[in-house]
Design a protein around this ligand. Structure first.
Ligand SMILES: Nc1ncnc2c1ncn2[C@@H]1O[C@H](COP(=O)(O)O)[C@@H](OP(=O)(O)O)[C@H]1O
Ligand SMILES: [Mg+2]
Length: 247
């Protein structure tokens, strides 16, 4: 099985486990989110350990492989991105499985189990971007929108759309439901690695908000800001962010 095939099968299966867990009705609210995080993590970690025993792993819910920063191949996994939204019964949550090679988000799959009966977007199955809408829609965190968001919306003459989950927001851009995703104020490598691998493969531009590349498998796994957008919007977004951060 290729790495891309494995990423997709893992993300899809973890998503189905999460759907099943929630449908049981045994838990709700925060305890449901905690059980979802742990259950999906346990499946993903034990399966990766068996099928890719040579590779390192960095996961939100588990201890990373010792010495992972000197490994070339590292699986970077978020078993349940948008835990809050999942536990609230919303549809904007995702499972992220990525393989970073030499610090670059190279292979990835993002499952959206609650979206159109269950979708998996993959870095090895790119499709053409749908036509852009006007005015542009900028997806932002529904609970922690970035302070730069209003300035970006003004610069693009666009509108802000609140949504949960970094994976759901990034996939909204490549599925033509939004034109850009902008975030700042905090995030970790697992929140963006798989979405970025998939988004790049589909022709989107992905960078930090200062325009520098998104690097993975760093000693410090904080990766607090990013933009994922249609290429033609990138420069305008960076300029708008620069203008507010330089004030
Ligand atoms: N300021 C912040 N600090 C740390 N993590 C943040 C953050 N803002 C967003 N995130 C994380 O990024 C993911 C998407 O967030 P949001 O829905 O707000 O856009 C969530 O991941 P998890 O659900 O995996 O914890 C959330 O915890
Ligand atoms: Mg996350």
């Amino acid at each position: 099985m290729t790495d891309a095939e494995l990423a997709a099968r893992l993300a899809e299966t973890a998503g189905q486990i999460l759907i099943y867990l929630r449908a049981s009705g045994l838990l709700s609210g925060k305890p449901l989110g905690t059980a979802g995080d742990r259950t999906a993590d346990s499946f993903l970690m034990s399966t990766l350990k068996t099928l890719r025993s040579e590779d390192a792993v960095l996961c939100e819910e588990s201890r990373a492989t010792p010495g992972r920063t000197s490994a070339n191949r590292v699986w970077i996994v978020d078993p349940l991105d948008g835990t809050r939204e999942y536990s609230e019964g919303r549809k904007d949550w995702a499972v992220h499985v990525a393989l970073a090679i030499d610090g670059v988000a190279t292979v990835g799959a993002v499952a959206l189990p609650d979206c159109d009966g269950g979708l998996v977007l993959r870095s090895d199955e790119p499709s053409a971007l749908p036509a852009a809408a006007s005015p542009p829609r900028i997806v932002v965190s529904r609970t922690r929108p970035p302070p730069e968001a209003e300035a970006v919306a003004q610069a693009l003459d666009g509108q802000l759309v609140p949504m949960g989950s970094a994976g759901a927001k990034a996939m909204a851009v490549l599925r033509g439901e939004a034109e850009a995703y902008v975030h700042s104020g905090g995030q970790y490598e697992w929140d963006s690695c798989a979405p970025v691998a998939v988004a790049i493969a589909h022709g989107l531009t992905c960078t930090r908000l200062d325009g520098s590349p998104l690097r993975y498998n760093c000693a410090n796994v904080a990766l607090p800001d990013l933009v994922i957008c249609r290429p033609e919007l990138h420069e305008t977004i960076l300029s708008a962010v620069r203008a507010v951060t330089e004030v």
